[in-house]
Design a protein around this ligand. Structure first.
Ligand SMILES: O=C(O)CCC(=O)C(=O)O
Length: 257
């Protein structure tokens, strides 16, 4: 699915956009699953708007923004379990992480038309720090994403700066790192953007008349252990490829709190 040059590009730049990982039928299956999750959530008290708050946009503008951002979608629909173990996903993940790939968590990010929420620039590292920084996000596009509907933006090579100080609710100072500093990763439905958890990324709001739906899988090398007891969940640790080399560390010492 990818070449040695792609692997080098990922190492150098901290991200890689891979085209056509999922076919239209597989994308449609995930879209239907996302829509059904939104409907089921709407019937409960747990439905929420997960738009990021903070000082990176004027308060009035932030108030209007909407995001359906539910975590662990593979607990809700098997379409996402099939997606993460898809041969094309495994082919890319094993080249850029290594032979033993483990799922950390998944989530859906649905930015509705006109007012889909923005993401200030940040690294994912502070949310779930690990020893060896193998963790990456694989963001599966279920719609075309471009500048109008708030596609992902990355700062190439920024992962090489290591851990940066985050402010407030864990994002980078927006004056130093405006969202527009990131290069837009324009993608089609079925494409997947892989980016390391140290790569600075974010996205503008969706100002178009089109929805932007993405499924994000965070994956790591099975021997890359968390350094902090945070972001733990009962399904984490599913092996996507290879095996867990250390029998004694299959269940982490950390606990869900
Ligand atoms: O999908 C996006 O627009 C941004 C997602 C993101 O930054 C994240 O989940 O950490």
């Amino acid at each position: 699915m990818i070449t040695e040059k792609d692997v080098e590009f990922y190492k150098e730049n901290g991200y890689l956009l891979v085209r056509g990982v999922f076919n239209p039928q597989e994308v449609e299956e995930m879209r239907e699953a996302v829509d059904a999750i939104i409907q089921r959530a709407a019937q409960t008290k747990l439905d929420s708007n997960d738009a990021w708050q903070g000082d990176f946009l004027p308060k009035e503008e932030l108030k209007k923004l909407v995001l359906k951002g539910f975590h662990d979608v593979h607990y809700h629909d098997a379409a996402f379990t099939r997606a993460i173990v898809h041969p094309n996903m495994k082919a890319v993940l094993t080249r850029i992480i290594g032979p033993n790939v483990q799922l950390h968590h998944s989530k859906m990010l649905v930015k509705p038309p006109e007012n889909g929420a923005a993401f200030p620039m940040h690294q994912d590292y502070p949310y779930f720090p690990h020893e060896n920084h193998s963790m990456l996000a694989a963001s599966v596009h279920l719609d075309r994403a471009d500048e109008e509907n708030g596609c992902l933006r990355v700062i190439p090579g920024s992962h090489r700066q290591g851990e940066l100080p985050h402010v407030g609710s864990y994002y980078l100072n927006h004056k130093e790192y405006p969202i527009t500093d990131g290069i837009p990763c324009v993608a089609e439905a079925g494409d997947v953007l892989f980016f390391n958890y140290l790569t600075i990324h974010g996205s503008e709001s969706n100002k178009s008349s089109r929805t932007r739906r993405n499924i994000l899988f965070q994956c790591r090398d099975a021997s890359d252990y968390p350094t902090v007891n945070t972001h733990f969940d009962w399904g984490m640790g599913l092996m996507i490829a290879g095996h867990n080399p250390d029998f004694t560390k299959v269940k982490p010492e950390f606990k869900i709190v």
